[in-house]
Design a binder for this molecule. Structure first.
Ligand SMILES: [Zn+2]
Length: 297
C-alpha cells in the first residue's frame, strides 16, 4: 500500500471510531499482515494480525505528555497507520481530541522506534528523500494560531517536538529535538473566516519538487457550506531544501473570493495582493525549537 496514495490516507483518517483495515507485508517476509484500526471514539487502537488471523500486536500510544501547565493522554485515539516506505515497520498517528498528536515509527513487531510530537491534528504524511536523507514530511495544524504546518523529521530516527512561540504549545516532556525543518503557512482571507482553519490535505512528490495542497474551508466544520463557496485551496511547490518555489490558488478560491466580495465581506477583487500573501510562509530555525524568525520566501 503506497504511502503516497492520498485516498488511502483519507480513508484511514475518515472514521476515527470506526474500523479500518489495510494489508501490508510489514516485515517483508512474503506474508501479508493485516492492520485494523478499531475501538470507541477517543480510544481507537491499532491491531496487527498475522496472515493466519492471530494477533501480532496491539498498539495504543502510552505516553502522557505535558505542554506548559497542561497534561495530555492516555488514552489516545489512533487515527492512521501506514506501512513504512523504506525498510520494515510502519508509521502510526495518534492524537488527543484536539491537541496534540504523535507520529510514531513502530517496528514490524510493534515496538516503539521513536516519535515526533505535533502541535495539532496531523492530516497528511509523505515519506521521501530530501538531499540524500530519508525524511518523513508531516502535514498538520499549528494550533497556536491555527495555521497549516509542515514538519520534516528524520525517517530513520524520528524524535522531537514541534516548535511554537508560546510555552503553552511546546511539549515539556518530549525529546527537545527540533524537526529538520518546520514551516507554517499563512492564512489568506478565506483561511481567516472565524471558526475555520486551514489544513494540509495532501503532500506529493513530483519531478518539480514537493507539492503541498492546503484547503481553506469557507464555513466552520459542522455548519452547512455556503452555496457556491465550499472553500478554496492553494498548491505550494517546495524545493529539495523545502524552500517555497511557487504557490497558487486553485479549486474555487477565486470564485469564493468573488462571492464574498459580492456579499460585501471583502472590499476588493481577487488579485496580486492575495497571491503575495500566500508567499508569507514562516520558516522556523533548524537549531532552536523555541525562537523563530520571519523569512521571506
Ligand atoms: Zn483578497
Amino acid at each position: 500500500m503506497p504511502l503516497t496514495e492520498p485516498e488511502y490516507f483519507r480513508r484511514q483518517f475518515a472514521g476515527a471510531g470506526g474500523a479500518h483495515v489495510a494489508f501490508s507485508d510489514l516485515d517483508r517476509d512474503g506474508k501479508i499482515e493485516v492492520l485494523v484500526l478499531a475501538g470507541a471514539s477517543g480510544e481507537t487502537a491499532l491491531y496487527c494480525l498475522e496472515s493466519d488471523g492471530s494477533l501480532r500486536f496491539r498498539h495504543s500510544a502510552a505516553t502522557a505528555v505535558r505542554y506548559g501547565s497542561e497534561s495530555f493522554g492516555p488514552p489516545w485515539e489512533t487515527v492512521a497507520a501506514f506501512p513504512a516506505a523504506s525498510g520494515t515497520g510502519l508509521w502510526v498517528v495518534s492524537r488527543n481530541t484536539f491537541f496534540p498528536s504523535v507520529v510514531q515509527r513502530l517496528t514490524a513487531q510493534g515496538r516503539d522506534a521513536g516519535g515526533y510530537w505535533a502541535s495539532g491534528h496531523v492530516t497528511a504524511l509523505l515519506e521521501t528523500t530530501l538531499g540524500g536523507r530519508r525524511v518523513l514530511l508531516v502535514g498538520g495544524t499549528h494550533n497556536e494560531d491555527f495555521t497549516a504546518a509542515l514538519s520534516a523529521i528524520d525517517a530513520d530516527a524520528p524524535s522531537g517536538r514541534a516548535p511554537a512561540d508560546s510555552p503553552k504549545y511546546v511539549c515539556d516532556t518530549c525529546p527537545p529535538t527540533p524537526p529538520l525543518a518546520y514551516l507554517t503557512f499563512p492564512r489568506p482571507e478565506l483561511g481567516r473566516i472565524p471558526g475555520t482553519r486551514p489544513s494540509i490535505e495532501e503532500i506529493r512528490r513530483t519531478a518539480g519538487g514537493i507539492m503541498l495542497r492546503v484547503w481553506y474551508p469557507a464555513s466552520p466544520s459542522g455548519q452547512h457550506p455556503q452555496p457556491g463557496c465550499p472553500g478554496g485551496a492553494a498548491w505550494y511547490r517546495l524545493d529539495e531544501r523545502l524552500q517555497v518555489a511557487s504557490a497558487d490558488f486553485v479549486d474555487g478560491y477565486s470564485s469564493c473570493h468573488a462571492l464574498l466580495q459580492a456579499q460585501g465581506k471583502l472590499d476588493h477583487p481577487f488579485g496580486e495582493p492575495d497571491l503575495a500573501e500566500l508567499l508569507e510562509v514562516r520558516r522556523w530555525p533548524l537549531t532552536s525549537g523555541r525562537s523563530a524568525s520571519r523569512l521571506g520566501s
